[in-house]
Design a protein around this ligand. Structure first.
Ligand SMILES: Nc1ncnc2c1ncn2[C@@H]1O[C@H](COP(=O)(O)OP(=O)(O)OP(=O)(O)O)[C@@H](O)[C@H]1O
Ligand SMILES: [Mg+2]
Length: 112
């Protein structure tokens, strides 16, 4: 199992959700987050220096999926979330060792 964490533009969320609709995946967690990438948000020049003035609002999409589902899901997200401008976001993938469905006690892939 892997956890896909995609940080995307809020205005791309509906497109991303639509792109994932027909794929066989179970749950998804959405969080509104604030952050910056290499451009450090919106920057402002003052006395020759550049300051970060804001953390930009993004949406964090988290999905724990079977290993074989990672690539199809990630490629759909990349395609749907890309505008081509800076700030399109980022995807991180990390291993997940356990999952438990609280209602039934099922574990791991059966719990997804
Ligand atoms: N290394 C990182 N660690 C954690 N979160 C990150 C990281 N890089 C980006 N993010 C998150 O992703 C959001 C979007 O990042 P962004 O797309 O601007 O990345 P970037 O590296 O600056 O790429 P680009 O040059 O395309 O803008 C950030 O606001 C932040 O929330
Ligand atoms: Mg950036």
């Amino acid at each position: 199992m892997q956890k896909i964490v995609a940080i995307i533009r809020p205005d791309r969320l509906q497109v991303v959700k639509k792109a994932l609709e027909d794929l066989d995946h179970a749950g998804m967690t959405l969080t509104e987050v604030r952050g910056h990438g290499v451009q450090r948000g919106i920057t402002e020049q003052w006395r020759g220096q550049t300051f970060p003035v804001e953390y930009l609002t993004k949406v964090k999409v988290e999905m724990v999926v079977r290993d074989e589902d990672v690539e199809p899901i990630v490629s759909r997200i990349v395609e749907a979330a890309r505008s081509g401008e800076v700030g399109d976001g980022k995807i991180f993938i990390a291993p997940v060792t356990s999952a438990i469905r609280i209602r039934t006690g099922e574990r791991d892939e059966a719990a997804l």
